[in-house]
Design a protein around this ligand. Sequence first.
Ligand code: TA6
Length: 301
Amino acid sequence: PTLSIKDNIIEASLPSGQSVTVHLYGATVTSWKTNGKEQLFVSEKAHLDGSKPIRGGIPLVFPVFGPPPQNHATSSLPQHGFARNSNWEFLGKSSSEAPGRDADQTDLTVKLDFGLSHSMLTDEFREAWPYEFGLVYSVTLTKDTLETALQVRNEGKQNFDFQTLMHTYLNIADISDIRIKNLESKTYVDKTLNATSHTESSPALAITQETDRVYQNLDPAVPIVVASAKDDQPLFSVTREALNDVVVWNPWIEKAKGMADFGPDEAYKNMICVEAGSVTGWQTLEAGEAWEGAQSIKSRL
Ligand code: TA6
């Protein structure tokens, strides 16, 4: 594996043609290529200078998902918390060679670790959420998967509650050609319908309008599959650990136009957000305890 560090951007690649790019700002994965093909969507108008969270890739949501609730420890944090708009540090790279069938066929993997702790936050964020936390975010690239795992540590003396989510923007050729599978009969909160609760009836969900749904308490071992409507082949498959909610989001036409950092306007056709998270209620982390959640995305292309 090769590694390059330049301008707070870390890039790693494998000899078999995979690569991943991570900005220290937000520990945001902004590129994942398999066979040289880009698997993630990043808006052409995304801010890459740290002036606002990156519109695309995999922004990391912590310690609150969405607009923070009133009268809560997170109330004065920005939407989706501070992790995606804080400067992280690169903790290092490790690569492993799992020998394949033949001695010389090694399956290479490369893991990049990033850290963020309370003392690294801006004064504004530190005062807004005064807990001694430590985050270690690992990005692991293999031949056909990208895994992102977050470890949350409570290094203080007070319990704290958190939500977390990996806000993955998947790159697709055309929104009309995909169907999202394994959501059938699951309960979801529909943010476009006043956050009312519904049950998914479709075995293969098509996206034909603004979609903003939090599917809740899904079996983490059952992959969420983004499949081609043409041949039902999986384009992406997302498996999870300890992240039992999945948000499906597409801004569609009006909302895409309404986001200054979303471009070009028609790009809503080229992305689907499938976001693995723990956002229903709160995880309570006791003093001295740690929690870990992860997603693994497999790409067919
Ligand atoms: O992905 C779900 C969501 O909460 C949507 O409601 C939308 O707000 C999206 O996140 C983007 O949020 P952002 O703060 O990145 O503009």
